[in-house]
Ligand binder design. Structure first.
Ligand code: ADP
Ligand code: MG
Length: 341
């Protein structure tokens, strides 16, 4: 019943999450206000103080509305509560994409890939559900892979030395509307703790691959892909769904003038792929006949999980600090464009 209700709401949803100030230095520097209700959909940014010719000090307000706004005090558990229906949809045979968008430091990785983030929570929930469904003659397999798109190239995060790794290739099966990544390491998630190993392995491989692992991860998109194949042993019914959990590259606008050479190319690729993702979701929302999936590696990879009857959720993550007001406004405007389609 709940999934029916979600379908009525449309297949693209956008939620905002404000991270808390970190430590004493950041306290009281917030530039946002919220209505009182605990589960709100509104967020209001307060602009810088302006003084009129009569000496009256005021601030401009920038209100935004999404499907849901998570306040700084919210925990990952509460956030997961909003996505658990989508995780269920993947078990029901849908393709699902969940993105975290936002500037570096806004809380994308905390929400998605940390030890108590959406990736381990989703995996645990799926594992529990699969165990229960066994009693109803459903047998499921859950397989995962973990890749990154860096500089418009696809890398396997589960393979230690990227130089020795075979080149990954995206293969689409048009008839089944499914995507396979050729040469990608796939892990059978036979028990729920396998996912923790995958996350820490990816973290390790990243730090070997790049001298500055954090910097690298903020400049690449990481995509955790769970494939769920179910078969009812009594009725022969089958279903195949995919859950894509995407931690996007930092959305901060990097000035071209500050970057040179490789860095410049990197910057252009990030800007391009993020705006391309926005374009694809917008075109889908408009019901356009041509969806520009091929304009970036990320949308090409996720082609069958964006659009059609697949489900998309974008979290736009923002910092609570006034110094980040400009970036926050840019992020919320991007999210509004996606939300209003
Ligand atoms: P991003 O991945 O967007 O660059 P991170 O997830 O790494 O940002 O977050 C930056 C810092 O803020 C990290 O130290 C993280 O632990 C902390 N942080 C982010 N969101 C929260 C939150 N909701 N609650 C507590 N700490 C958070
Ligand atoms: Mg991060």
């Amino acid at each position: 019943l709940f999934n029916k209700y979600q379908e009525l709401k449309g297949n693209i949803r956008v939620m905002c999450r404000v991270r808390p100030p970190l430590g004493a230095l950041e306290e009281d520097r917030a530039g946002m206000s919220f209505p009182d209700e605990k589960t709100s959909a509104e967020i209001v940014l307060a602009g810088p103080e302006e003084r009129s010719s009569l000496g009256v000090v005021s601030r401009k307000n920038y209100p935004f509305e999404f499907d849901r706004v998570f306040m700084p005090a919210s925990q990952n558990e509460e956030v997961f509560g909003e996505i658990s229906q989508l995780v269920q949809s993947a078990l029901d045979g849908y393709n699902v994409c969940i993105f975290c968008y936002g500037q570096t430091g806004s809380g994308k990785t905390h929400t998605m890939s940390s030890d108590d983030g959406m990736i381990p929570r989703a995996t645990h929930m799926i594992y529990d559900t699969i165990t229960k469904l066994k009693e109803k003659s459903w047998e499921y397999t859950m397989e995962g892979c973990f890749v990154e798109v860096y500089n418009e190239e696809l890398n396997d995060l589960l393979v230690p030395n990227e130089r020795n790794a075979k080149k990954l290739e995206i293969r689409h099966d048009e008839a089944r509307k499914q995507t396979t990544i050729i040469n990608c390491k796939t892990v059978k998630l036979s028990s729920p703790d396998v996912v923790e190993t995958m996350l820490s392995e990816a973290q390790k491989n990243r730090s070997v691959a790049a001298t500055k692992a954090n910097e690298r991860s903020s400049r690449s998109h990481s995509i955790f892909i769970l494939k769920l194949v179910g078969k009812n042993l009594a009725t022969g019914e089958q279903c195949e769904g995919t859950l894509n959990l995407v931690d996007l590259a930092g959305s901060e606008r990097l000035k071209h003038s500050q970057a040179e050479g490789d860095r410049m190319k990197e910057t252009q690729n990030i800007n391009k792929s993020l705006s391309c993702l926005g374009d694809v979701i917008e075109a889908l929302g408009r019901g356009s006949g041509h969806i520009p999936y091929r304009n970036s590696k990320l949308t090409h990879l996720l082609q069958y999980s964006l659009g059609g009857n697949s489900k998309t959720l974008m979290f736009v993550m923002v910092s609570p600090l006034e110094v980040h007001l400009k970036e926050t406004l840019t992020s919320l405007r991007f999210a509004t464009k996606v939300h209003n389609t």
